[in-house]
Design a protein around this ligand. Structure first.
Ligand code: ZN
Length: 339
């Protein structure tokens, strides 16, 4: 697809950063340029600085709750087939707001600032082509991009049926590294609750049930090894009944020069908890995706922010995560495959 020139930020400085493969600085450059020239973004990032949060400590990990009114559109987005078909795609480059600029990354992606942030710096990496959200075919690009963004940013993927607000348009998100608590907690979680299903000199894969979430943690410096491991897990997961389009998952991924990639895969049983659909007083607008499950739970309404407590978080997380029985079967199956 031909990108309209006026949408691309392409001054001398950006060109020089990109030719040096310095995407971290290019990302930062895009952010600073947009926050100075785009009123909506300036306003929403200023508001984010004064936002209310509260924290809960569970055994070995932390969850934060963020009261973020600007996220209401994303949290309550209608993502069923009909709603998606009847709206204009907001990630296609020709539909972006006038003020929004992009930087090309990889062969088929542009990076964009997210004007409705959760992270101190929040980005969307959107495919140049209008094609469905799908991880298996785009996983290599996902890993490559997370490497390009290290050491300052973490990359996130939400499945089409469990958190992506544009299930019809392939995209990732990126944000400030270590802002999501699980990035700090993951080694502890692995020690306390992990079952290692694959381990050799190149790769370690663990299954973790921390009582609230069911996740798989892959660590390796070898891209090819991670891709093989991910495909094996995906194929095994796909054999279990669930979403027809893609087995439900959310990913959080970062890269470290010494230790390589850390890929966290949250396994899901449903998109939204029951309380999301209740009426009036009983309704709680929490729609968990990768960032929430990673430990920054977004509540766009103040009444929900106030009501959220440890018990409610526990209930919601358990409800939307894969059930214990299936998780345990899957762990065994994958362990056998890796043998
Ligand atoms: Zn599109």
């Amino acid at each position: 697809m031909k990108v309209p020139d006026k949408k691309i930020l392409n001054d001398v400085e950006v060109r020089s950063l990109i030719s040096n493969n310095d995407y971290t600085s290019a990302t930062d450059y895009l952010f600073n340029s947009q926050i100075n020239s785009w009123e909506l973004m300036k306003k929403n990032y200023a508001a984010l600085k004064n936002i209310q949060t509260k924290s809960f400590w569970f055994e070995g990990f932390k969850l934060k709750v963020q009261f973020n009114p600007e996220r209401i559109k994303s949290t309550s987005a209608e993502v069923d087939e009909n709603s998606v078909k009847s709206r204009e795609c907001f990630l296609c480059i020709e539909n972006l707001p006038e003020e929004q600029k992009a930087i090309l990354i990889g062969n088929d992606f542009v990076m964009l600032c997210n004007p409705y942030p959760i992270f101190p710096q929040h980005f969307t990496f959107s495919s140049l082509n209008h094609q469905p959200q799908m991880i298996l075919e785009s996983f290599s690009e996902f890993l490559e991009m997370s490497k390009l963004l290290s050491p300052r940013y973490t990359l996130v993927y939400n499945g089409p049926a469990c958190g992506a607000s544009a299930p019809d348009h392939l995209h990732f998100q990126a944000g400030t590294k270590n802002f999501i608590p699980i990035e700090d907690d993951i080694q502890q979680l692995k020690n306390d609750f992990g079952k290692i299903v694959q381990e050799d000199e190149f790769i370690t894969t663990s299954y973790i049930d921390d009582g609230l979430r069911k996740l798989i943690f892959i660590e390796s410096t070898e891209q090819e090894e991670i891709e093989k491991s991910f495909r094996t897990i995906y194929k095994a997961y796909e054999r279990h009944p669930g979403e027809k389009f893609e087995p439900m998952m959310n990913l959080v991924c970062s890269y470290d020069e010494e230790f390589g990639w850390s890929v966290i895969i949250f396994l899901r049983s449903k998109h939204r908890p029951e309380c999301f659909y209740k009426n009036d007083f009983d309704r709680i607008l929490i729609s968990p995706a990768a960032i929430d499950l990673g430990g920054v739970v977004v509540t766009p309404r103040e009444e929900d922010f106030k009501r959220v407590d440890e018990e409610l978080l526990q209930k919601i997380f358990r409800e939307v995560s894969l059930d214990r029985q299936t998780f345990s079967v899957l762990t065994k199956e994958v362990k056998n495959e890796f043998r």
